[in-house]
Design a protein around this ligand. Structure first.
Ligand code: PT1
Length: 243
């Protein structure tokens, strides 16, 4: 346990030294095929880390679908709730509305354990946009100010490569929903499908996708390789004046 805490804190320090603006902490994997984790297990995994990193110089985001974890993390000082389930668990909308955290609403079809078995949409862009609009409307009705809301199409969450590509092209349209966009594509299997590289050889693909997402209007990029992504974004800022 102590070794895992040290390891997490080391990764967080490295990310901050490399220029991360936000740290995202999660205790339940959402990779395709991952199993759910009990409430107590998730609290035991994340809260020691949240309690330390809430004092860090950058805002802390808690990656969870459970309202109890949202409340505990917010109480400990987390600034953002990042919910891959877009607050669909009973009590999650209230947990966010009753605190002052920012909230990222992400689209997912199905659940991590089975979501990649047979993803299907009639029109992926319209369905994802409708879902995100509906979830943000529910939050607004619950009293959450628009400035607190972020939207995320959920790359790799119940989507084929074709679905992911259609959503990527539609990022400017999703931006017209009126909220900043968060994009997470770093090291994901969609990049493995494109490059035929294993997960530890996806740096170039991840950086390329991050730059394209930023060009298409993503406000926040969820990445593993902070230093390389920062460099690429600096190049984009200077050499691509239209972005
Ligand atoms: C994400 C995200 C996330 N991704 C937000 N939170 C993960 N807001 C965790 C694969 O296909 O994009 N947005 N929290 C990580 N999840 C995955 C999903 C990891 C798919 C890998 C894959 O390889």
């Amino acid at each position: 346990m102590a070794g895992q805490l040290d390891n997490a804190l080391h990764l967080a320090e490295q990310a901050m030294a490399d220029g991360a603006d936000i740290l995202d902490i999660g205790g339940e994997s959402s990779r395709p095929g991952a199993a759910a984790v009990s409430l107590q297990e998730e609290l035991d995994r994340v809260m020691p880390i949240v309690e330390v990193l809430a004092q860090a110089s950058v805002p802390l985001s808690i990656d969870t679908i459970k309202p109890e974890v949202m409340r505990a993390a917010a109480r400990a000082g987390a600034a953002i709730v990042n919910d891959i389930n877009a607050l669909r668990q009973p009590g999650a909308v209230e947990a966010v509305a009753e605190s002052d955290v920012g909230i990222c609403l992400m689209h997912m079809q199905g659940e991590p354990r089975t979501m990649q078995s047979a993803p299907h949409y009639d029109d992926v862009v319209t369905e994802v946009a409708d879902f995100l609009r509906q979830r943000s409307d529910i939050l607004r009705t619950a009293g959450v100010a628009p400035e607190r809301i972020l939207l995320d199409p959920g790359f790799g969450f119940g989507k084929t490569l074709a679905h992911n590509a259609a959503l990527f092209a539609a990022l400017p349209d999703l931006g017209r929903l009126g909220y900043p966009l968060l994009v997470g594509v770093s090291r994901k299997s969609m990049l493995g499908q494109i490059t035929n590289q294993p997960v530890d050889q996806r740096l170039a693909a991840s950086v390329a996708a991050a730059v394209l997402a930023a060009q298409r209007g993503a406000a926040i990029l969820r990445v593993h390789d902070v230093a390389a992504t920062r460099d690429a974004l600096r190049v984009m800022a200077v050499l691509d004046k239209n972005s």
